[in-house]
Ligand binder design. Structure first.
Ligand code: SF4
Length: 289
């Protein structure tokens, strides 16, 4: 099996078989992100991926879940992606799902028919980084799409039958845009209505453009208490039909989670307890990405 480090995967893919279908991120320009900064983006050839699939088939036995890394398997031409998914289905007929990171620009570049074919070929879940619903924040962090394009991309995936696991980043607007970031993000998430939602907390590698802005006094990071307030504002404004919400990532100061809307009251009450210092927050040195 061939892996080009660093290899990232969502926490919920900890037990999945991972194939690197692409190397790096096709966008690679978000100002807060250093994940793939040292990788030049490329799509691996069908031959390379097939060789990994053959290797894994001989050694891995029963495989239930498969994750396609790196940054965005939707950057692959549809015909080629379908060929990869076909080989995976042949090698692992017992697999229940294939999941991918999916960026909005690459989703928008595919037709509805292509998205439906990708779903039909096994992709059941896409990890989608909304990060913020605030148009000013999206532009400032160079996400590459605006609020409406985010909504279109996400809802087109859902219409194709692909479930959405969405991430937002607490603190991404800094003190300057905190309340707008919270309210616009809640509004956009509510319009999309994803099946899963994770609220991470901003952590900056020194090499990122956003860290440079902090150093130059152009962006003011939130304190842990302000992060909690932002989380509370977001939770209060979320109107979802059936969404598994988690804010228990290694980057978070405080872990909370439940089913929305059912557990909304409890989530708000727990956040209030943390705001009132009745729950100890994670120490800065224990946070990680
Ligand atoms: S946040 Fe996602 S889309 Fe943006 S550069 Fe990082 S990996 Fe790429």
């Amino acid at each position: 099996m061939h892996y080009e480090a660093p290899l990232f995967r969502p926490p919920s893919e900890a037990h999945s078989l991972i194939f690197q279908a692409t190397i790096g991120c096709s966008h690679n320009a978000c100002t807060f992100c250093s994940m793939y900064k040292n990788k030049r983006f490329r799509v691996r050839s069908l031959e390379e991926i097939s060789s990994d699939i053959r290797w894994a088939k001989e050694r891995c036995g029963m495989v239930k879940r498969i994750f396609l890394a790196d940054g965005d398997a939707f950057a692959i031409e549809t015909e080629e992606l379908l060929a990869v998914l076909g080989k995976i289905a042949l090698a692992f007929p017992g697999a229940e799902r294939v999941s991918v990171y999916a960026g909005p620009k690459n989703i928008l570049a595919k037709t509805d028919q292509e998205l439906a074919a990708i779903r039909q070929a096994g992709v059941k879940l896409a990890y989608f980084g909304l990060e913020s619903g605030d148009p000013v924040v999206l532009q400032a962090v160079n996400k590459g799409v605006d609020q409406e394009e985010m909504i279109t991309a996400a809802t087109r995936l859902q219409a194709a039958g692909i479930e959405l696991s969405m991430t937002v980043i607490l603190g991404l607007g800094g003190k300057e845009r905190s309340s707008e970031h919270a309210s616009h993000t809640a509004e956009v998430v509510s319009r999309i209505n994803p099946e899963y939602l994770a609220a991470l907390t901003l952590m900056l590698d020194k090499s990122t453009p956003l860290a440079q802005k902090v150093a130059h006094g152009q962006f003011t990071p939130l304190s842990p208490q302000e992060i909690l307030l932002e989380l509370r504002m977001m939770l209060a404004d979320l109107h979802l039909q059936h969404c598994l919400f988690r804010s228990n990532h290694a980057s978070n100061y405080f872990a909370v989670g439940g089913l929305l809307p059912r557990d909304k009251k409890r989530l708000l009450a727990e956040t209030d307890r943390a705001l009132n210092n009745e729950i100890t927050l994670k120490a800065e040195r224990l946070r990680g990405l």
